[in-house]
Design a protein around this ligand. Structure first.
Ligand SMILES: Cc1cc2nc3c(=O)[nH]c(=O)nc-3n(C[C@H](O)[C@H](O)[C@H](O)COP(=O)(O)OP(=O)(O)OC[C@H]3O[C@@H](n4cnc5c(N)ncnc54)[C@H](O)[C@@H]3O)c2cc1C
Length: 158
């Protein structure tokens, strides 16, 4: 049995979040149905940054109910003890679950600042430029990490 480690410190959880390429954001429709969307994201100082087209189902849902549950996973690694024994297979992983509320960002200055955080998750050392219309038309959101838990299966905290 591989070792499971739970992470309760934000500093440990941040390390997992920073290694991820994508997060999955779960929300609730006005009818109470679950809806989950994959997103690219940025992270800094206890906030997750998201960006999107300002129209669509997820934006309608988030304006109605800003509560979200976000999952990040990385370092997926299939292993087995015995090749023929199905239940000896497993997958090592690092995973984080965060709860919070989406806040919509309105000012152009903040959008630019937060999109730079977003870009920093994927591209090193950039001073990025944005056109005025792009900043006006993009929807930028952030989620303060209110509750979080990390879980490592088969890994040690970094
Ligand atoms: C790796 C990855 C990263 C992404 N990053 C971003 C991001 O940073 N920002 C962003 O806005 N979007 C991102 N997307 C796209 C996102 O998942 C949604 O498809 C998109 O945001 C539209 O969502 P919506 O609720 O507005 O859909 P709508 O256009 O309103 O939905 C129309 C219909 O399509 C269905 N649908 C919507 N999205 C998906 C999906 N992903 N898979 C299957 N069916 C779907 C809906 O259920 C609905 O029935 C990413 C997708 C992937 C796979």
């Amino acid at each position: 049995m591989r070792k499971i480690t739970y992470l309760d410190q934000l500093s440990q959880v941040e390390k997992v979040i920073r290694k991820c390429e994508v997060c999955h954001v779960a929300m609730v429709s006005p009818d109470g149905d679950p809806y989950l969307v994959p997103f690219n994201f940025g992270y800094a100082d206890g906030y997750i940054y998201l960006h999107s087209d300002p129209k669509g189902m997820k934006i309608d849902y988030l304006k109605n109910n800003p509560k979200v549950c976000i999952n990040f996973t990385t370092d997926h690694d299939l292993f087995h003890i015995n090749k023929e024994v199905a239940c000896s297979y497993g997958m090592r992983y690092r995973s984080v679950i965060v709860n919070g509320e989406v806040e919509f960002i309105d000012t152009i200055e903040e959008k630019e600042r937060f999109l730079n955080v977003f870009m920093g998750q994927y591209v090193e050392g950039g001073d990025f430029t944005y056109s005025g219309p792009a900043l006006t038309n993009v929807c930028v959101m952030r989620v303060k990490v209110e509750n979080f838990k990390g879980k490592l299966y088969g890994y040690q905290p970094e």
